[in-house]
Design a protein around this ligand. Structure first.
Ligand code: GTP
Ligand code: MG
Length: 485
C-alpha cells in the first residue's frame, strides 16, 4: 500500500554504526515545525530561508509534545540536562526546492550507535511518522521531481558494487534512459494521432489505410527498442551481479581454479578426491560485473555423509545458476559422471575449463578435447578453454570467455542500457504491441485496431518512466529501498 503523502515523515538517512556523521531527514508540510520542536539554535528554523545551515543542539521536545526524555538517569549521572541530545547542524530546504519537493530539514548529528537514534526518537515524539523504505524518493517521484526510472536509479546507485554499475545508475539518474524513451513515446504519439485522425475522417468508409510513413515510423521505433534491449542481459548482470558456480568431478581442480581466479588461496586444495565439502563463495569483478564464484564439492556417488551433503549443495548451486563453469580434468577421459553433469547443466550458459593442460597426458591420446565436451552440451551456449590452474596458463582467456558468456562483448552502448528486468519486460511488451500494430496495418485492418495496439505500446513505455503505473507496482519498487532514502 502506498503511504499517505500529506503527513511529515522522518528517518535516519545514513547507515547505523560508527561514522563521523549521522543525517536525519524530515520531509512534509510540518517539517519545519517538527524540527523546531527538537532544535535549539540562534533562531527558529521556521524563520529560515531555504538552502541555509544552522548550528544548534538537538533536544528532547517539551513535555507537552514529547513526554519525559529517555535515559534521564544517564544524563543525571553525567550531570547534564536530560533533554539535550546532541550538537547538530540543521539544513533547511523549502518546498519545492528540495529532494522531495516538500519542506525538508536535514539534521546532521554525530555518527555512532546512539546520537542518530536519539534524535530520531525525538523527531517521532514531536509528531513525525517514521518513513517507510524509499518513502522520500517515492515522494520525489509522486511530486514530479524524478520519474520512475530515475527514482529506481537512486536505489541502484546505493547498491552499486562495481564502477560500471555505478556509472549505469548515474546515467539513468541523470535521465538518459527516460529521455530516449520519451523521444520514442513522442514518435508513437504522433503515429497514433495520425491514425486516429484518419479514422475520424473516414467514419463510413470502413477500414482506413495506415499510410506508409506511419508504418515506417512504427518499424523505426521497434528497431530502436530492439537496440536498447540488445545490451540488456549484460546491463542486468552489471546491475545485479551474477553467481557462477564451479562444478565438476572430484579432483579436477575446481578449488585450484577458484583460488587462481580469486588470486588467493581461499579454498583447500589436496590431491585427495572429495576434499571440498562445503560451498565456498567469493566475489570478483569481471568486465564491470560483480561475479560471485563458488567452489563446490566434486560430483560423484558418495557413501560419506558429509561429502553427500556437500554434493547436494553443489547440485543446488547448479540448479540456481544461469551460468556455470564446468571444470574438467583434460588428462582423464570423460566418464558417466560427466554425462550426468552435462545433463544437469541443461538450460544454462556453460564455460568448460579444460584444466591441467600443463600435464603431458592432457596432450596425449587419452586427453579430453574441447569438441568432445562441447558435444555433451549440445545446443547450449557454451565455450571450452584450455587452462592450467597450476601454471596460470589460459586464465586470461578463461576470464575473457566468461565475460563473453555474460554478454560483455555484445553489449555496445551502455548509456541507456536496460539493466532492470522490469524495464526490459515492459519494453518487450511494447515491441509485441508494435508488432501487432504493424501486422494489423499490413492486413489493412481498421485503423482503430492499429491505434489500439500503438496505445498499448505507449502504455508499456510509460511503465518504465512511471507515466502509466499502478499503486501496487510503486509499492513493490519502493519497498526494496532502504529506510531514509
Ligand atoms: N598439474 C596440475 N595439477 C592441478 C591443476 N589444478 C589442480 N591440480 C591438482 O589436482 C589436485 C586436485 O585439485 P583440487 O583443486 O583440490 O581439485 P577439486 O576439483 O577441488 O577436488 P575436490 O574438492 O576433491 O572435488 C591437487 O593435487 C591439485 O594440485 C593443474 O592445472 N595442473
Ligand atoms: Mg575442491
Amino acid at each position: 500500500m502506498i503511504p499517505p503523502i500529506d503527513d511529515t515523515i522522518a528517518a535516519l538517512a545514513t547507515a547505523p554504526g560508527s561514522a563521523g556523521l549521522a543525517v536525519l531527514r524530515v520531509s512534509g508540510p510540518r517539517a519545519l515545525a517538527i524540527a523546531d520542536a527538537v532544535f535549539r539554535g540562534a533562531a527558529p528554523l521556521a524563520d529560515a530561508r531555504g538552502h541555509t545551515l544552522h548550528h544548534g543542539w538537538a533536544v528532547w521536545p517539551a513535555p507537552a509534545d514529547g513526554g519525559p526524555a529517555p535515559a534521564a538517569a544517564d544524563a543525571a549521572a553525567a550531570g547534564h540536562d536530560a533533554r539535550r541530545l546532541d550538537e547538530v547542524v540543521a539544513a533547511v530546504f523549502r518546498a519545492p526546492r528540495s529532494y522531495t519537493r516538500e519542506d525538508v530539514v536535514e539534521l546532521s548529528c554525530h555518527g555512532g550507535a546512539l546520537p542518530g537514534r536519539r534524535v530520531l526518537a525525538a523527531l517521532l515524539a514531536a509528531g513525525a511518522r517514521l518513513a517507510a523504505p524509499g518513502e522520500f524518493t517515492l515522494r520525489a517521484f509522486l511530486n514530479g521531481r524524478l520519474d520512475l526510472a530515475q527514482a529506481e536509479a537512486v536505489g541502484d546507485l546505493i547498491h552499486a558494487e562495481t564502477g560500471r554499475a555505478h556509472a549505469l545508475a548515474l546515467s539513468q539518474l541523470a535521465g538518459e534512459l527516460s529521455r530516449r524513451l520519451d523521444a520514442l513515446g513522442e514518435r508513437l504519439t504522433d503515429a497514433v494521432a495520425e491514425v486516429e485522425a484518419r479514422v475520424d475522417f473516414a467514419e463510413d468508409v470502413g477500414g482506413v489505410e495506415v499510410p506508409p510513413h506511419v508504418v515506417g515510423a512504427i518499424a523505426a521505433v521497434d528497431r530502436d527498442l530492439a537496440g536498447l534491449l540488445r545490451g540488456a542481459p549484460y546491463a542486468r548482470a552489471v546491475r545485479e551481479g551474477v553467481r557462477v558456480p564451479l562444478v565438476g568431478r572430484p579432483n579436477v581442480g575446481k578449488s585450484s581454479l577458484f583460488n587462481a581466479l580469486l588470486g588467493e588461496a581461499r579454498a583447500i586444495v589436496t590431491p585427495v578426491p572429495g576434499t571440498t565439502r562445503d560451498r565456498v563463495s567469493e566475489a570478483i569483478e569481471l568486465a564491470g560485473i560483480r561475479v560471485t564464484l563458488s567452489d563446490t564439492a566434486g560430483l560423484r556417488e558418495s557413501g560419506d555423509a558429509v561429502e553427500s551433503i556437500g554434493i547436494a549443495r553443489a547440485r543446488e548451486a547448479i540448479a540456481g545458476a544461469a551460468v556455470a563453469v564446468w571444470v574438467v580434468d583434460a588428462a582423464v577421459p570423460l566418464g558417466d559422471e560427466d554425462r550426468r553433469i552435462a545433463r544437469s547443466l541443461l538450460g544454462r550458459r556453460v564455460l568448460v575449463a579444460l584444466n591441467k593442460c600443463d600435464l603431458e597426458a592432457a596432450r596425449g591420446p587419452a586427453a579430453v578435447r574441447a569438441a568432445e565436451v562441447e558435444a555433451l552440451l549440445d545446443g547450449l551456449p557454451r565455450r571450452a578453454v584450455a587452462v592450467s590452474a597450476a601454471t596460470g596458463a589460459g586464465l586470461a582467456a578463461l576470464r575473457e570467455a566468461l565475460a563473453d558468456l555474460l554478454g560483455a562483448t555484445a553489449s555496445g552502448d551502455l548509456g541507456a542500457a536496460i539493466g532492470n528486468l522490469r524495464h526490459a519486460e515492459a519494453l518487450e511488451r511494447a515491441r509485441l504491441a508494435l508488432g501487432r500494430a504493424a501486422q494489423a496495418a499490413a492486413e489493412r485492418s481498421p485503423g482503430e485496431i492499429v491505434a489500439l495496439e500503438l496505445r498499448e505500446a505507449l502504455a508499456a513505455l510509460g511503465e518504465v518512466t512511471g507515466r502509466t503505473v499502478g499503486a501496487d507496482l510503486l509499492d513493490r519498487i519502493f519497498s526494496k529501498f532502504c529506510v531514509g532514502k
